[in-house]
Design a protein around this ligand. Structure first.
Ligand code: NAP
Length: 264
């Protein structure tokens, strides 16, 4: 695994990076890679035991990490989380809002609770966490906000996931407008759109789903969390200082073919 290598890089040296959804899957991968690039990472999710484990793994490998237990769908949790980070580190350089959930239910069978659960966790949380981190970034006249979006919604529809695709499409729209409004504070706002990435959440969709998805990926493999993490590193790095309001698709070519009934 790429993120197991020694912590000797420095593209994010000394930067304070908050990563939501850091206890599992893609967020755990981002956290490890960011720490390996010298960032002081703050891991956020709802499950303390998982956060503790990832934090300890990063520390054992020589990185700097701490965690805050919080629910991204709760405004007060996000306010408290940002305050705790500021008390510990005095600044917030990078916010990776990656926490998210997905489930499958056709629109005709979907009830409002199912819709709201996804919208609040994936989209309204973007409002809460950006609001909470903005004052510090504004004061610093510097900041990077990066959303984990998806190809599902911004690029393609996904039957059974109208709530999810709406949340990620909304996330990209939010990102575009924040990028304009926050540019004057030297804050960039971008997104990464994963295709299908191996994670605990993805595993729960089952082997049949995995097999069908695999057949639709020209590169012939599912993604790994590090594939997303390195796109995030670039967007968070000094090299990307003039890039804002953009999203990078990281999907092994999945959205490219006109038809999936041909050989790649
Ligand atoms: P995952 O393995 O299920 O991990 C999700 C993470 O989000 C966990 O750390 C979870 O921790 C956290 N989380 C969920 N709800 C939360 C809440 N209310 N408050 C705080 N943390 C919360 O999922 P993943 O596959 O890595 O997905 C990560 C992100 O990538 C999501 O935004 C997802 O939509 C996006 N994405 C994934 C794929 C893919 O193929 N894997 C593709 C496109 C986009 P707790 O449950 O402990 O809180």
């Amino acid at each position: 695994m790429l993120c197991e290598k020694t912590y000797c890089h420095s593209r994010l040296h000394g930067k304070v990076a908050i990563i939501t959804g850091a206890s599992k899957g893609i967020g755990r991968g981002i956290s490890k890679v960011f720490a390996s690039e010298g960032a002081k990472v703050v891991l956020v999710s709802r499950t303390e035991a998982d956060l503790k484990k990832v934090t300890n793994d990063i520390k054992s490998a020589g990185g700097e990490a701490s965690y805050v237990v919080a629910d991204v769908s709760k405004a007060q949790d996000m306010e408290n989380m940002a305050a705790e980070v500021l008390q510990k580190h005095g600044r917030i350089d990078i916010l990776i809002h990656n926490a998210g959930i997905y489930s499958f239910v056709r629109f005709e069978d979907m009830d409002l609770d199912q819709w709201n659960n996804i919208i609040e966790t994936n989209l309204t949380s973007s409002f809460h966490v950006a609001k909470a981190c903005l004052p510090a970034m504004k004061k610093q006249k510097n900041g990077r906000i990066i959303f984990t979006s998806s190809i599902s919604g911004p690029r393609v529809g996904l039957p059974g996931a109208s709530h999810y695709t709406a949340s990620k499409g909304g996330m990209n729209g939010f990102m575009h407008t924040l990028a304009i409004e926050l540019a004057k504070y030297n804050i960039t706002v971008n997104a990464v759109e994963p295709g299908n990435i191996m994670s605990e959440g993805f595993d729960m969709l089952g082997d049949e789903h995995k097999k069908r998805i695999l057949a639709a990926i020209p590169m012939g493999r599912l993604g790994v969390p590090e594939d997303i993490a390195y796109a995030d590193v670039f967007l968070a790095s000094d090299e990307a200082q003039y890039i804002t309001g953009q999203s990078i698709i990281v999907d092994g070519g999945q959205v490219l073919p006109e038809s999936h009934h041909m050989e790649y």
